[in-house]
Design a protein around this ligand. Sequence first.
Ligand code: SF4
Ligand code: SF4
Length: 441
Amino acid sequence: MSDTAGALPANLAPAEARTPEARVAGAMKGFVQEVGALSAFRLESCIHCGICADACHFYIATEDPQYTPIWKVEPFKQAYKREASPFAPLFKLFGLKRAVTADQLEHWQRLLFDSCNMCGRCSLICPMGIDVAALIEQARHAMFDAGLAPKELYQKAAHQRDTGQPEPSAEPYRDQLLDIGKRFGVDIPLDKPEVEVMLCVPRTDIEHYPSAVAALARVMQHLAVSCTFRSDGLVAENYGYFAGGKEWQREISLRLIEQAIACKAQTLLVPECGHAYTALRWAAAELYGKPLPFKVRHVTEFLADELKSGRLKLEHAGTGKTTFHDPCQLVRKGGVTVAPRALMKAMVIELNELKNHGGFSFCCGGGGGVLDIERAAPLRYRTMENKLREIDDTGAQTFLTSCSDCRRTFDDAQAHFQWDKAPHSLLELVAKHLAGAGTRP
Ligand code: SF4
Ligand code: SF4
């Protein structure tokens, strides 16, 4: 039978025109391959208590049971029970678990991509210790293998894999980076052959927040850190990770890994980008196949270390009552809660914490690629209302974060809701309040 179909449903990956049967077969094969002993244990351990629902802002905002985190992997649980569990022959024989259908999978595309930020809050709360977010990530891999990644994520991932940047731009990012340096009067170190720290940049900053790019360069210059951006490994984001394309994620990460090795960097510095931190700090070594020969640090961790060593000194910022949004990938995946607070403390910032902050912070709503999926916008806005309310309830005049994608999500919400607050970059604030001259041994 031919493996190609005629008309392609609207939000499916364009290169994957397959029959419905081929899609189902691909997704099931992908998922069963993905399920190792740990995932099987997780799938078997669920006691259906429903507690994870109360952790997920999609469920909290809608009270719709389909947004219960563990339900989002239901077709894959079905596949596991039928195909790979110890009782698979019995499940099949007695029809205890029905075969997954193509319609079911297309519906599930929305649950796995549009209504999951991969924020990990559900994993934190499950009494059985099930890492639901990790199961969702595996289910995304299977969906990608079946050509069921949303087209926006698929296209950006494909472009980034092929060219190094997720979208075409009138001017290559490398040239835009140099222009930003000229515009903001800061030296942009580029393609140096041997450095202590390799820098990369969120494409979100190049396109939306050039002042954040300048801030990164300015802070490094102030601290006299031997560092460089690399033309062939510039972009921090990894759309392969969002789309569920594991091999593409690997290829995208490899660009940065190879460049960091080429310039003999001891540290690969992740800028203000939450998911880049997850992709590089936690996933890259596994995909690379061996330990990375350098450290991966988020810029707030790096600056907090500089602060501790006395090399970084900061002035009072005078931001008035201030609140801070913890990006999920930094706090729940990396435990980076102390570093941003140390920087704020050094600037004598009066921090009014959100009701849910640190490890329990709610996602901005745009994480996991959700911000890029056009049709997901109405649900995303609904989900964000709770977060915006929490921010308003602090009574803060200044609102900070340390992830550009979170910042863009809040900026978008500001326009949508005519909200009276604008998110600011913690890194930019640091760059504005550098004190004394930086020295290095
Ligand atoms: S909280 Fe854990 S055990 Fe309870 S339903 Fe969710 S995944 Fe299952
Ligand atoms: S990872 Fe976050 S958004 Fe996704 S199901 Fe869990 S709590 Fe909800």
